[in-house]
Design a protein around this ligand. Structure first.
Ligand SMILES: O=C[C@H](O)[C@H](O)COP(=O)(O)O
Length: 153
């Protein structure tokens, strides 16, 4: 069983989002890609609406992961983290992407199209799917402590 992955972006990130969406569609690790928009750079929908829509699909169990793109990645991360059960962060290097999953059990990777190049963004998106959180690891009780602050888990 492969991943269901949500992709989303605002007008600043839509080109990156569409590139990553195409990569995911061709990725054998991915069963389905859900695109929560925007559809074009003309769509001025504010990033929090996209970020929360994407994060809700993860929280609801419709998807296991989400990749959200805005200008910096930060607005998407702040917005996605408003959804209980979601752990989202901007990560612009390989080590941070690894730790987002292995340390933080993060399900939502946020990328900044005005910060990193599209080839790095594509690579980080692919790397994000390489990792699976180990619930028996020493990091697990720390993630449990995060969840306890929001009444989840
Ligand atoms: O975090 C927010 C994003 O970077 C967004 O794409 C741009 O937001 P701004 O237009 O408010 O700078």
């Amino acid at each position: 069983m492969g991943y269901v992955v949500v992709v989303g972006a605002d007008n600043a990130g839509v080109d990156y989002k569409d590139r990553i969406k195409a990569d995911l569609a061709a990725d054998p690790r991915v069963d389905r890609v859900i695109d929560v928009g925007v559809g074009s750079a003309d769509d001025q929908t504010f990033y929090p609406h996209v970020g929360v829509a994407g994060a809700r699909k993860v929280a609801d169990g419709e998807a296991q992961r989400a990749i959200l793109v805005c200008g910096t990645g930060m607005g998407m991360a702040i917005s996605a983290n408003k959804v209980p059960g979601v752990r989202a962060s901007t990560a612009h290097d390989s080590f941070s992407v690894e730790r987002l999953v292995l340390s933080n059990n993060g399900q939502v990777l946020c990328l900044g199209a005005r910060v990193i190049g599209v080839e790095l963004a594509r690579r980080l998106a692919a790397e994000f799917l390489e990792y699976t959180f180990d619930a028996t690891s020493a990091s697990a009780p720390k993630v449990d402590a995060i969840c306890a602050y929001e009444g989840v888990g």
